[in-house]
Design a protein around this ligand. Structure first.
Ligand SMILES: [Cu+2]
Length: 467
């Protein structure tokens, strides 16, 4: 689906005024102290300054919530208070975390009830770009603003804090008044088609922010797609950037993309290396619309110190899958508008036709819609798991494995490099088969679901058990 920002409020993106903002949204704990995070409602302007603010749900009063920044191996302690009127929990996306701290309501913990607290405490084993977000009725809670960045720093960071920018891109659906359209949340149309697609992109909760840089110096840009369903289309060659990490895991060396656009699915992250050569403004554009939309810009100023380019990022130590001795699992994805219809089990009952459609469920994995009492598969700790994902629907999906990073080993219609990058979320196109492999080295109950949050709610959620 194409973005129609051109029509939105009759405005033109090209006339946008960029406002310079501080590099950072918020601070982080300086030590191993407990960080307090409270979910609640607050007002925040999403559109232009002369438009009213939206009623959002936020962590500590803003969307995104505070950026959490710790060193690899440092303990993260968050005392979370639920100030919402509905149950919630926090998931730490991409972290190879202790299962009890994974924050999945109904699987790894009971949802935190309104007015109650939960203490999250974990050690992040990998440096990189991660994020946290609500994991109960996520289609509703994330759409309203419950997310924040989680940055795990290397032992000896290559980029200092002034050269390390986080850009959380969110795709909001605004109404004619420029405020968040809450009336459409949960619409069957969104659930059965491409998910909730918005008409306005913000970065760090702001419209088209501008970041001031020093020309000649090297910067790390951590782009995080926190949209419910929007796949961002970015061409890094248009702003002279190289890719240095995907989903938190660094590449061996910075890579110039030899194709375009780069698709960044919901929940995926891409880190870029950028060295502004002169003081010309640099636009970061989203390409899926009628024309490139500059959703953020960089303004280099003269006087930067010319320094040698930094060394590559230090890799994390992830267990390499053993493809010769692996458990294979096939996941058949069905349903949705214009999709294959199969007899589907929902909450233990086999349903057909209108009986199924009455449930509000639309999609299924191996003929089962949503959580089942039994996992999709069980495997032993340390075993390599190969998952063949067969998308028999008419839509692209963004599949996320909790608690593990994987490599893509096969993709129908395209070739895959032998050492494809580590990821925690992958896109699988309509009628495409994508196969991933990972070592199931983290015991517990792990969710495997589509990160298009409407799809997850409408059936595309399952789990596996590492015992
Ligand atoms: Cu999906």
């Amino acid at each position: 689906m194409k973005l129609t920002r051109r029509d939105f409020l009759g405005s033109s993106a090209a006339t946008a005024v960029f406002a310079t903002v501080p590099l950072r949204v918020d601070a982080s704990p300086a030590s191993e102290d407990v960080l307090e995070i409270t979910a609640g409602s607050s007002k925040q302007r999403l559109y232009r300054p002369d438009y009213p603010p939206s009623d959002l749900w936020t962590y500590n009063g803003s969307a995104p919530g505070p950026e959490i920044r710790v060193k690899r191996g440092q303990r993260v302690r968050v005392r979370f208070t639920n100030g919402l009127e509905e149950p919630t929990s926090i998931h730490w996306h991409g972290i190879r975390i202790d299962n009890a701290m994974d924050g999945v309501s109904g699987l790894t913990q009971d949802a935190v009830m309104p007015g109650e607290e939960f203490v999250y405490e974990f050690v992040a084993p990998d440096a990189g770009t991660y994020w946290y977000h609500a994991h109960n009725r996520s289609w509703n809670q994330v759409a309203r603003g419950l997310y924040g960045a989680l940055i795990i720093e290397e032992d000896d960071p290559v980029f200092d804090r002034e050269h390390d920018l986080t850009l959380m891109a969110d795709d909001w659906l605004l109404d004619r008044n420029g405020v968040l359209d809450v009336a459409s949340l949960g619409s069957p149309m969104e659930w059965s088609h491409g998910g909730r697609l918005g008409n306005w992109l913000t970065v760090n909760g702001r419209s088209q922010p501008e970041f001031k840089l020093n020309a000649g110096e090297a910067y790390r840009l951590r782009l995080i797609n926190v949209s419910n369903a929007r796949i961002l289309e970015i061409d890094p060659n248009r702003f002279d950037a190289r890719v240095i990490a995907y989903d938190g895991q660094p590449l061996a060396q910075p890579e110039i993309l030899n194709y375009e656009p780069l698709l960044i699915g919901p929940a995926q992250r891409v880190d870029f290396l950028i060295v502004p050569k002169n003081t010309n403004p640099i636009l970061i554009e989203e390409m899926s619309g009628d024309r490139p939309f500059p959703f953020a810009s960089l303004r280099p100023v003269a006087g930067g110190e010319l320094k040698p380019e930094p060394a590559g990022l230090e890799p994390n130590s992830l267990p390499e899958p053993n493809l010769n001795r692996a458990m294979r699992f096939r996941l058949d994805m069905t349903g949705g508008a214009m999709g294959t219809v199969v007899e589907t089990v929902y909450q233990g009952r086999k349903l057909k036709g209108s009986d199924f459609s009455k449930t509000g469920q639309v999609w299924a994995f191996n003929g089962i819609a949503n959580f089942a009492a039994e996992p999709s598969f069980r495997c032993s700790r340390g075993e390599t798991v190969i998952i063949e994902t067969v998308n028999r629907t008419a839509f692209v999906h963004a599949m996320h494995v909790h608690g593990h990073h994987f490599r893509i080993i096969e993709r129908s219609g395209s070739s895959v490099k032998e050492d494809s990058p580590w990821r925690d979320t992958f896109l699988v196109g309509p009628n495409q088969i994508t196969t991933i492999a990972f070592v199931a080295d983290n015991p517990g109950k792990w969710l495997f679901h589509c990160h298009m949050l409407e799809h997850a709610a409408a059936g595309m959620t399952t789990w596996f058990d590492v015992v």
